[in-house]
Ligand binder design. Sequence first.
Ligand code: ATP
Length: 270
Amino acid sequence: SRAQAMEVDGSPDVRYEDIGGLDEQIREVREAVEQPLLAPEQFEEVGIEPPAGVLLHGPPGTGKTMLAKAVANETDATFIKMAGSELVQKFIGEGARLVRDLFELAGEREPAVIFIDEIDAIASKRTDSKTSGDAEVQRTMMQLLSEMDGFDERGEIRIIAATNRFDMLDRAILRPGRFDRLIEVPVPELEGRKRILDIHTAEMPLAEDLDLDAVADLTDGFSGAELASLTTEAGMFAIRDGRTTVEMQDFEDAHEKVSVDGEDSAGTPI
Ligand code: ATP
């Protein structure tokens, strides 16, 4: 089941320039993950340990997975992803063993970036009751902590975790030597939305009248993932209308559609 529980990618295809509006976050990830992999001697010379683990936290769809993939790509490291929720829901009773397998695999495939998505599923505050399910989750988390404690910070394996629920996290995982570098990944501001729209329309034939600044204005509160699906929807409207160029009206229709869909599923407008 090791193969099913982990996603292994020898060369993920995300680059830093594919990520919009997160320049500061990219800088921090490079410092905490890329530098120790590419220039460990700098840390030795200065006499400090690099951060043991990086925790990316922020709303869904803001680019956390992209950041982890990009840093693996740019350092030629193997990207190994495991989802905390799957450990708990799909591989019941196997969590601790899978965490052990995860680090073993990373050791075989160094340099490697381990990405643990939805870490809150195995490291949440509420995991303190005596029910058997929670005891199992607890064991999985203890295994993760012990792997990290026995870990060489100057080695060829870097660990990144992500969560949408920072407030729910068990503080034990944030101690020094564990996830001791926190990077917030927020929804994009106006400038970031413009940049993300530029990235996602790079291959799209746009009509003269299309003003991406105006689209960025319309989409306050949208995540990168929502901007990506807005762009796809706009393209769909153009196709439906028999055109190969995408117009402002398509983005307006797409905006209308995703806003209505958002209301339907979440009960509140996007
Ligand atoms: P989740 O918390 O739901 O796992 P995430 O923060 O890891 O989400 P990603 O998986 O990185 O989000 O993003 C999903 C998709 O949304 C990306 O594949 C990309 O198309 C788009 N996207 C999200 N953020 C950005 C961004 N900052 N720049 C460009 N595209 C983005």
